[in-house]
Design a protein around this ligand. Structure first.
Ligand code: VAH
Length: 318
């Protein structure tokens, strides 16, 4: 049985949907520190967890007979920069608590890392799994800590810690204060406004992955036989693009779409410190990572999902 922390976030909701589809409605317990928004009763079973209070994690694990813990609670890159003390608590102490609970109850534990765990001194094109990691955001620093702590728990206690360095994840669920989130917002804006004001420069190339491929990567990694894994943390690369490239792909579907730029210095600085593309050879070799979505397919499905979600059904012409 799987427990997801940060269950109300962008990734938590998606993964819960996939796991319930695969293993049944009671196979996943979502948890978060906040209540479910109105109309979201389908996000159940659901329980309160404050990951700063280790006993609340232990109670959820014991009460729900959990054997796999997926830890999504975190302050992402941009929001972390605006609240460093909280990022240190949630991303640091929170991970310490989660790994201690995984050790105590012998859980398989997945904690996502990120392209944000690399920094400006990391090779930025085809970034390998093992390389320099000196990130310049508190999010990146705490994610490197999570990678190292998880690897320590694996080597020292045998805790089955597994992790993936996610690129920006594109999905139709609301983003959580990251730097790659423009790649989600642009689709909402295209459909609702026909234009998007981008906070990154037109040539800022970033690695991304479509939601379905991202969720598949988590499940494939968790199901991989332990002896197949040569690493505890793997890069996964979907596809890389720049704001001007995604704008051109949108214009192919909406010729009148307009893109403007108002650079946000803080998020531009973060994006400029991250890889432009990742080398995910080890993931492909060890556990058959094989993404299906490129930018064109992602644009197709995002338009399909968001049109249905955002636009009222057109009255059928008699
Ligand atoms: C962020 N979406 O922008 C997250 C992610 C790779 C980016 O970590 O902070």
């Amino acid at each position: 049985k799987v427990l997801i922390t940060g269950g109300l976030g962008q990734l938590g909701r998606s993964l819960a949907n996939v796991l319930k589809y695969m293993y049944g409605p009671d196979s996943v317990v979502l948890s978060d520190i906040a209540r479910r928004p109105a109309g979201h009763d389908h996000l159940s079973p659901f329980c309160y967890i404050n990951i700063l209070d280790k006993t609340s994690v232990e109670a959820a694990v014991v009460n729900n007979n959990i054997d796999t813990l997926i830890h999504f609670s975190a302050l992402l890159s941009a929001v972390g920069e605006s609240n460093v003390p909280l990022a240190l608590k949630v991303n640091g102490q929170g991970v310490e608590n989660v790994l201690e609970v995984a050790r105590t109850y012998n859980l398989k534990v997945f904690i996502p890392s990120t392209i944000g765990a690399f920094g400006p001194t990391t090779p930025r094109d085809g970034t390998p799994d093992i390389t320099v990691q000196r990130p310049r955001t508190i999010y990146g620093v705490t994610k490197v800590y999570a990678e190292l702590l998880g690897e320590y728990y694996f080597e020292r206690f045998g805790t089955d810690f597994r992790s993936l360095r996610f690129p920006g994840v594109i999905s139709d669920t609301n983003p959580g204060g990251g730097t790659t989130d423009y790649a989600i917002q642009i689709f909402y804006d295209a459909i609702l406004k026909g234009s998007h004001e981008c906070y990154l420069r037109p040539d800022t190339e970033l690695p991304m992955v479509y939601d379905t491929d991202c969720m598949t990567s988590v499940i494939q990694l968790l199901l991989a036989p332990a002896e197949k894994l040569s690493l505890r943390t793997y890069n996964i690369q979907g596809f890389s693009f720049t704001p001007e490239q995604i704008a051109a792909v949108i214009r192919k579907r909406m010729p009148e779409f307009e893109m403007t730029y108002k650079v946000c210095p803080m998020r531009q600085k973060i994006a400029d410190s991250w890889p432009r593309s990742l080398d995910d050879t080890n993931a492909r070799h060890d556990w058959n990572w094989d993404p299906k979505y490129d930018l064109e397919k992602t644009a197709d499905i995002m338009f399909e999902l968001l049109t249905a979600k955002l636009l009222p059904p057109q009255p059928k012409l008699a």
